[in-house]
Design a protein around this ligand. Structure first.
Ligand code: IMP
Length: 428
């Protein structure tokens, strides 16, 4: 098995955690390259389900090295909470590596995330309030603090003082929130540094040495194409590049070492937070509620109910283009088994003009009316099916349509939450 980038093709929550969990064992290293504690992957250990937000789900496999790459942002308090959870489950994280170049989420980032959302009022982005936007803003503004800074108290204090000169007036004067002193933050963060010191490394060098030794890497994407800061529905996006390019800059591994780009697409569509969603079913719609309940569409990080809608082939086709997908994994196909007929959006109509790709101009996307085709449902439980040939004809037709409209082969089909509830069609 060769090195692979795994990305979400929609608005997140496509089931990346399940697919990562499924294929992690085929890799030597699983590396996260962007995002922070805004991500939420459900994993299973000893029959218990729990969520991981910072630590790559590869930690669940013996012999797989989990890496938090330089493109990630790290909330040390969340990492330590996850250590405690993993300890309780008897899962070892001795192998974990954290990039010294990853930026640290500071307490003022979380305050500012919340304050900014309150300021936006009804135009709020609907962030996870984990400090993601403010932390990445500081990275770009070159006043961020990195994991390596925590390892040297003098440098940490100097950089923090410089950051607080800007942050305190914003917190106090604009948002009427209390500011911070250097000592106050050091009191919490310096002990974090001591706990995390053994895990902090030069991750790009480590990853490239692994490649030189013939090892394979899974680059585990968080969030998704339509939440990407460049290619998503800006400004209703996250603050990192969640498309395949983010795996390169967020790891320091060159693109020549990547062999496959696996896109994850849910068999229908969900979104949390604000922003346009052409195929969204109206609030209270019977089918929308059915999808939400059957698919357990509640956020792992925030517990928010997800907005539900029909599969949008236009955005998956767009994701195929901007990520250079080689394979697709279609998840939650079983959930559609409750429907008589299933709609698929094959194009948008914007004021009489037909679009088969996502229009770049945001006002066109806001006005996009889905053009649907309707397919017969299979009306049965497929959660025990393990081979493509055994799927009902209607389900096969649905997968064939997804394949045709995306131009990418469907290699994996998930028919339930458990690892074995999977159809391996072309993977391996
Ligand atoms: P932020 O990443 O917390 O700044 O949130 C920005 C937008 O991305 C909001 O609409 C969030 O709901 C969404 N978002 C962030 N992380 C995830 C995720 O892991 N799954 C789904 N949506 C996410």
């Amino acid at each position: 098995m060769a090195s692979t980038i795994l990305v979400g093709t929609q608005w997140g929550d496509e089931g990346k955690g399940k697919v990562t969990d499924l294929i992690s064992g085929e890799y030597d290293v699983v590396c996260r390259c962007q995002g922070g504690a805004n991500a939420g992957h459900t994993v299973m250990a000893n029959g218990h389900k729990f969520g991981l937000h910072q630590i790559p789900s590869g930690v669940m496999y013996d012999g797989v090295v989990p890496v938090i790459g330089n493109g990630c942002i790290v909330d040390p308090s969340v990492v330590l909470e996850e250590f405690a959870t993993l300890d309780a489950q008897g899962v070892s994280y001795d192998n974990l590596k954290i990039s010294g170049n990853a930026h640290i989420v500071m307490p003022y980032h979380k305050d500012l995330d919340g304050a900014n959302e309150r300021r936006l009022g009804k135009n709020l982005i609907g962030t996870t309030r984990r400090g993601v936007g403010p932390c990445y803003s500081d990275k770009a503004a070159r006043i961020g603090l990195r994991m390596q800074d925590m390892l040297d108290e003098k440098i940490f204090r100097q950089k923090l003082e410089c950051a607080l000169l800007e942050k305190n007036p914003i917190l106090e004067k604009i948002y009427e929130l209390p500011g911070y002193t250097v000592d106050q933050i050091c009191e919490t963060y310096l002990p974090y540094a001591e706990r995390l010191r053994p895990y902090i490394i030069e991750s790009s060098r480590f990853l490239n040495e692994c490649i030189d030794e013939g090892k394979n890497i899974l680059f585990e994407g968080s969030q998704a194409t339509m939440l990407d800061i460049d290619f998503g529905t800006y400004p209703f996006v996250t603050s990192s590049n969640c498309t395949a390019g983010g795996a390169i800059t967020g790891s320091g591994v060159g693109p020549k070492h990547v062999d496959r780009v696996l896109g994850i697409a849910k068999a229908y569509l969900t979104r949390v937070g604000s922003g346009p969603f052409p195929t969204e079913l109206p609030q209270g719609d019977e089918i929308g509620e059915l999808l939400c309940e059957t698919g357990h569409e509640y956020g792992v990080t925030t517990g928010r109910k997800r907005r539900c809608g029909w599969y949008d082939a236009v955005i998956v086709n767009y994701a195929a283009r901007v990520n250079g997908l080689t394979d697709l994994a279609v998840t939650k196909l079983d959930v559609l088994g409750c429907l008589d007929t299933i709609k698929v959006c094959i194009a948008y109509d914007v004021d009489g003009v037909r679009y088969t790709t996502v229009p770049e101009h945001q006002s066109l996307f806001y006005d996009a009316k889905p053009v649907y085709i309707e397919l017969p449902g299979w009306k049965c439980d497929i959660s025990n099916v393990r081979s493509y040939t055994e799927l009902p004809r209607e389900a096969k037709d649905y997968i064939d349509l997804i394949e045709r409209l995306s131009g990418v082969r469907v290699s994996i089909i998930a028919v339930g939450p458990d690892r074995e509830q999977t159809i391996n069609r072309h993977w391996n």
